[in-house]
Write a protein that binds this ligand. Structure first.
Ligand code: ADP
Ligand code: ZN
Length: 720
């Protein structure tokens, strides 16, 4: 081959053709350095027939400059990148960039230079250097990473290198990971577990595409069972990818994995250091990394010989990426398994309706673990009607929950209170003039965080110190907190049970893997009596002494008329209830609500999951919603409100008139102002059989917008 077509990470450029110079060998997937004008850019040699573009005359072709010494991207990964671009209406370049540019692996070299503090006596220090020394004690990372950790500039650190205060350490990215032992501590499976495990193991050995929906109640041993499939893949010399919805869950997972296989797996997520990232990427590409556990971005790693994919807590909303390339990692995982010809296991106690439907129609194999392991029973769930059982004025915990908490404390058992809202109070207002604190960048209230004494926007991160007085009327002591957040619930627990040890668990308190590990340690050692937490505590944790779960506000997620509101509420409350009574002692759950008659609350109380899914299925069918129909959203945004509105109207005005496609809007999006951009939205509802992507592409492609306008398409949006 002496002419190749390359994909570069710049959507504006399209594919570029080059000549392969004498003595250089490339193949599809090779990572190469391409000349572009006076610059050099990284490109990937692509299968020319799959990448249409203009033929450049042979005499105009410039030669490739270099092939990087990394393995070529395997064909199944190239197919996945193409599919993702096609399905989610993103450019190939943007998917390739998302998949690869953050890896840091494309720069070829196998070593990374990191820095750490030396023992040198620092003498008199500038305040910046003193700050850096304090922050960097025990750390080793690149200059840029250290600068971020210490909140100082690169220049400060470079100065410290010159002064001998920091020293360089060469890190070899190719040092091997220890090998997992598939027989290290294999458990004795129950009869039901063993039956499921055998199915998985057979599928792994068959090296064929086979999607499984592992539908098992909380505590049924789903992890133990899919570990058998992992062991089978390792025995076959194949690699495994395990996707988790949240980095916070990784710690618990690593511990369990280590107990089962004797080593910790390779991890992949956004907060890895660049040296760890490079090491992981290279080991995955070389086929040395046996098991990778990661966030959704791990889906685009260049596995050399993948044998199995597992998506744990597959129903989780966080598998949906909501900016950049808007993809659903659960669905992309199934596609990757298809391209790799390997089995994929979607594990959940509360599967998404779409996944159940796929099983119903025979496209996924549904395997069921109907009971908890070891004779543990499902918790007893009761509904507390807040209109009858009212909490004291200015309080949020109703008397039955207060009694349950007291009782558990006396017995030395643990309790968990769940409220999916960070901070102290969702709204702060002035009782004198009525002023409300609002985010300047978003259409949202500022949430009071009392621990950090700040008002914060949960959408854009805008923060201000909590003021003493109203900025409008300057009246002192006039600010009132309205409504509860977890911090407020924790205060209330402390007031009710002054002797209880209360742990607040939110993304504000579990800020690092070390903090998450410390929490798990303390809870397991019974050093915590009451856990108060957000959705972070709803899944994955296994605390045998936890016998009571209280849901503070079951109605919260039901407001707003979102398509998936009922399903999500059901999943969240079923998951958090699933934390109760996992050991020998039975669990009890009390759910506070103002709508005990809502179908989702009734289903939770009666434990009748099938009834809930049946009702929800009918509702979706009536609405033409997934899985029966298809939805897409077009979000038009600009810093200028009129510009956004006009662009959205322009799109609406050219909407195709098709019998099986319904277009709603444009209307202001639910968050009509987000991060300083005004947002308008059109919703598209189509029949299942409609080629929705083609319709949207043909509709939007000819349109042109002012430079300040962004148009984003969300295929299968999660919420709206
Ligand atoms: P799930 O993921 O379905 O909620 P887990 O895999 O976390 O369930 O299992 C619940 C608890 O039961 C865990 O502590 C797990 O170690 C234990 N367990 C499950 N199956 C077995 C088994 N076969 N042998 C020993 N312990 C088991
Ligand atoms: Zn904001």
């Amino acid at each position: 081959m002496n002419r190749v077509r390359c994909l570069v990470f710049n959507a504006a450029l399209g594919p570029l053709d080059y000549r392969v110079p004498e003595g250089m060998t490339v193949e599809p997937g090779s990572v190469v350095v391409c000349p572009l004008g006076p610059r050099q850019i990284i490109g990937i040699v692509w299968d020319a027939e799959r990448l249409p573009g203009d033929e450049v005359p042979a005499n105009k072709l410039r030669p490739l400059l270099q092939v990087l010494p990394v393995p070529p991207l395997p064909a199944p990964l190239r197919r996945l990148i193409e599919w993702t671009a096609d399905y989610y209406l993103a450019s190939l370049a943007s998917v390739a960039r998302m998949a690869l540019s953050s890896t840091g692996a494309l720069r070829g070299s196998s070593t990374v230079t990191e820095y750490r503090l030396t023992d040198k006596e620092p003498g008199r220090l500038t305040p910046q250097r003193a700050k850096a020394i304090e922050a960097l004690d025990g750390q080793q990372a690149t200059i840029r990473e250290l600068a971020a950790m210490a909140s100082v500039s690169d220049a400060v650190l470079r100065g410290m290198v010159n002064a001998g205060l920091l020293e360089a350490v060469l890190v070899d990215s190719d040092r091997p990971y220890p090998a997992a032992d598939p027989t290290h501590a294999a458990p004795d499976l129950s009869v039901e577990q063993a039956a499921v495990a055998t199915q998985f193991v057979t599928a792994v050995h068959a090296h064929e595409f086979q999607p499984f929906l592992l539908d098992g109640v909380t505590g049924s041993g789903k992890t133990e069972v899919y570990f058998e499939a992992v062991a089978a893949a390792i025995e076959d010399g194949r690699q495994v990818l395990v996707l988790l919805p949240e980095i916070a869950l990784t710690q618990t997972f690593l511990k369990r994995f280590e107990a089962r296989f004797g080593v910790t797996p390779v991890t992949w997520h956004s907060s890895l250091k660049s040296s760890e990232r490079r090491r992981a990427w290279r080991a995955v590409a070389a086929g040395h990394a046996q098991v990778v556990v990661g966030a959704r971005s791990a889906l685009f790693l260049p596995f050399a010989k993948l044998g199995l994919i597992v998506v744990d807590e597959a129903h989780e909303v966080s598998f949906k990426q909501d900016d950049g390339v808007r993809y659903n990692a659960r669905d992309v995982a199934v596609m990757r398994a298809r391209f790799e010809s390997v089995p994929v296991v979607l594990a959940s106690a509360t599967p998404a309706l779409e996944s159940l439907q796929m099983a119903e129609s025979g496209r996924y194999e549904r395997v069921v673990l109907p009971a908890r392991f070891g004779g543990a029973t499902m918790p007893d769930i009761q509904v507390i009607d807040l209109r009858i059982e009212q909490p004291e004025r200015g309080h949020w915990i109703a008397p039955p929950l207060v009694r349950a908490l007291k009782e558990r404390l006396e017995k030395g058992e643990q309790s968990l209170l769940f409220l999916n809202r960070r901070g102290y109070a969702p709204l702060t207002l002035c009782r004198t003039c009525g002023y409300r604190f609002q985010c300047p960048n978003c259409s949202a209230w500022l949430v009071e965080h009392r621990l950090s004494r700040r008002l914060a926007c949960h959408h854009c991160g805008h923060e201000v110190p909590t003021p003493e007085a109203c900025p409008e009327c300057s009246e002192p002591d006039c600010l009132v907190a309205c409504g509860p957040g977890v911090e407020r619930i924790a205060d209330e627990v402390a007031a009710i049970l002054p002797e209880a040890r209360v742990a607040l668990v939110t993304s504000d308190t579990l800020t690092s893997p070390a903090k998450a590990a410390e929490f798990v340690e303390r809870a397991s050692a019974k050093a915590i009596d009451v856990i108060v937490g957000t959705q972070l505590v709803t899944k994955g944790y296994h605390f045998p002494e936890l016998t009571f779960v209280g849901v503070i506000d079951a109605d919260m997620g039901l407001e707003g008329g979102d398509l998936r509101a009922a399903e999500r509420t059901y999943q969240q409350i079923a998951q958090v209830s699933g934390r109760a009574g996992r050991g020998e002692k039975p669990g009890e759950v009390l759910i506070q609500t103002r709508h005990p008659e809502a179908p989702v609350i009734e289903a939770l109380a009666s434990g009748d999951r099938d009834a809930f899914y049946a009702a929800e299925t009918e509702a979706r069918r009536d609405a033409g919603a997934p899985p029966f129909g298809r939805w897409a959203a077009i979000i038009v945004s600009s810093e200028d409100e009129a510009e956004a509105r006009d662009a959205a109207r322009g799109i609406g005005g050219t909407a195709p008139n098709l019998a099986d496609v319904m277009i709603l809007g444009p209307a202001p999006a639910p968050l009509s102002l987000l991060r300083g951009r005004y947002r308008y939205r059109l919703l598209i509802n189509a029949r299942r059989s409609t080629e929705l992507q083609r319709v949207i592409r043909e509709w939007l492609d000819p349109l042109r917008f002012p430079p300040g306008v962004r148009v984003a398409v969300d295929i299968d949006p999660y919420s709206f």
